[in-house]
Design a protein around this ligand. Sequence first.
Ligand code: DPP
Ligand code: ZN
Length: 874
Amino acid sequence: GHVFKLTDYKPTDFVVERIDLTFELDPKATIVVSRVILHRREGVGTDVPLVLDGDELTLDSLLIDGMEIDASLYDATPDSLTIRELPESAPFEITVTTTLSPETNTKLMGLYRTSGVYCTQCESEGFRRITYFYDRPDVLTVYTVTIIAAKDDAKHLLSNGNFLGGGNYDEGRHFAAWFDPHPKPAYLFALVGGDLGLVEDTFTTMSGREVALKIYVEHGKEPRAAYAMDALKRSMKWDEDVYGREYDLDIFQIVAVSDFNMGAMENKGLNVFNDKYVLADPETAADADYANIEAIIAHEYFHNWTGNRITCRDWFQLCLKEGLTVYRDHAFSADQRSAPVKRIAEIRLLKAHQFPEDAGPLAHPVRPETYREINNFYTATVYEKGSEVVRMIRTILGVEDFRKGMDLYFERHDGDAATIEDFLACFAEASGRDLKQFALWYSQAGTPSVSVSSEWNETKKTFKVTLEQSLAPTPGQSRKALMHIPLAYGLILPDGTEFEGQPTGGEASDGVFHLTKRKQTFSFSNVPGRPVVSINRGFSAPVNIAMEQSPEDLAHISRHESDGVARWQALNDYATRHLVAASRLARDGRNLMPAGDLADVLIATAKDDTLEPAFRAQALALPAESDIAREIGSNIDPDAIHTAREAVLAEVARAGQEVFTTLAASAPKGAYSPDAAAAGQRALAGISMSYASIAEATAERAKAAFNAADNMTVLAQALQVLAHQFPGSDETREALETFRTRYADNPLVLDKWYSIQAMAPGAETCERVEELLASPVFDHTNPNRMRSLVGAFTAGNPTGFNRADGAGYRLLARQVVEIDGRNPQLAARLLTAMRSWRSLEPGRQEQARLALLSIRDAGKLSADVSDIVERMLA
Ligand code: DPP
Ligand code: ZN
């Protein structure tokens, strides 16, 4: 396939002045008439034709200024429309008619049908599946949209912008017209048609304008949209309070649909959401679902300024909107909930998803420089690392200058299709700082490593911290330049207080070492006693730290750190180190060392009621098997890791049985509330229930919790303990059956049932997943279903998926090839679960390689899947 390069950027030959779209909706033959006014860009020769993008389109008719033109003057293929001999400078109008079949559009890109609803998804390149157009983000124009449909087929007819009017058309049909005054790129276009339930509210903006808020869901599900509406209003207020950004249309609409490739989409004024991220009530949604809904509603709303008002010049700049908007939604959630607990969850997620990506064959810079299929770059690197990079800018500049930089960005680039260079220039100017070296975070892939050593001189009372950075080669980047790494630190004295003195030897300010050279030593003098270094506090930089720290020092940090996140980091490092050592022993078939010290620290944390429950729950959640595997790095034996981790869990459980038994009963009583404090209490009670069950070695406690549960959080937690710790027990069989029958009519809830089973450790799960896939009630075409079963198994079950005989890999390979025929984006995304295959032990590596080859040789593959498979095998 074609390789797109950042350096090839060139503006279009023609400038679009406006577009008027008319849709006559029909499941099999929707007629789209697109009238576009354009003019030739100054300096572009008259011999240059107009070339518009298409994808699987057929042209019904083409008019220029209302007239048919000679067939020799244009070429229409499924992928493009080329028109020659257009006017030299005067504007002209083209009228393009295409016919689409939404019903058979299984790619879920462009215009498609989901549960009887017409809906669109245009990011990144879906608009070209609707009509021939300049489908690229730097072509911004105003849209007028008229939708015509049978009243009984589509009662609500929605598009971007403000409602112009509507009414009856002919023969039981009606129409609606919308005008969006804000010029936008095609990827932000949206249309929805269907008979939907509506939840309404209003928001009064900071300047006193009233905005109508509408959330459309399937009939009967209206009550489940209340939390999303509340989250939307809080998001709108937050963006005013924190960034001074006001909403800019009369109406803001959200539509929840059940078949959606992404989480949600920020179309101007008409967000389309995966219903998983809208619908919630205590009976069907767990605490984590509520938190996700809040975060994603905020994320899409925040895109209105960071993404829509200021968009990307080209898709290489995707992180310009995504990294920044993730950064903003993180800050929002931190403000709405517990900031340290939110940060801990972010660090966990980054390490679990982004670090492996950065360390494997799919590694790419936050701003990629080449791509073959842009759909494959909606990655943890672009989103999560992209957010971390913005966070580092704030760390380097400080809160005030960061805000000045953001204000300048909004002021200078409102209405633009901008670049990372534009963005960075605003911060450089606002702060007077040179960000040249820092900009490498956008262009160099891979996770930097920083090794840390320290030297204490008891007689001179000096303390030296030496930092040394390195960055391993990644695909296409064999040599790396030195980065600017901001490392927040604390020096914790023997009495638990913090040393405040400033070091010499390099830039250090506000408790941050600025590592800019390969190796730097920061020297402190007049230090009263040997301090312990707490480094990369709060994960100020997304790097791997290599430091020999004794368990005593880590325990000192976890006791005295004033920063809750850093306290968790020390605990987590301690646990990780222990689990890595235990896994190595297990691999060699040797006895494990006792986990007594680790157990003591964890139990002390569990009991410490000066700490918030959510924090204690995070501390008790041992690093996952995949975290341990990542730390080990190569020659991975997932079974040994599982054995070691289970043994440590059991030891901690037995040592703390009494504490866990007490805490297991500490969940809040009374009516369910999704607020963060109550959720934290449930998290602590839930994980304690799990430890207590492990200590008791019977399924009774979990089954009792399952039977007594009056909300989904507790119910799903109990089911997971049953299915993962007591597979095959009568209690587990019963609970699985109860759950299945109770929620047979609620696919989103049943997704939890699939995921829990798919993540049950052990080789036999592979057969169970095959069995569930073969069930006639399982819907293979719905992305949420496939992710909850195949995605959960491949990405969330290290022992089952990495079965030594390769059956897990073969299962994935078969599914990928099958799904690819319908929905390439989903297939490619599922396949990325194999991205760390080269770090496995040789036997599994060989099985994984064979499975990848079977995909590569399967015949006609989409660009999406072939891009991933080629990179993984390269
Ligand atoms: N809908 C996706 C997101 O908001 C892509 N823009 O991140
Ligand atoms: Zn986004």
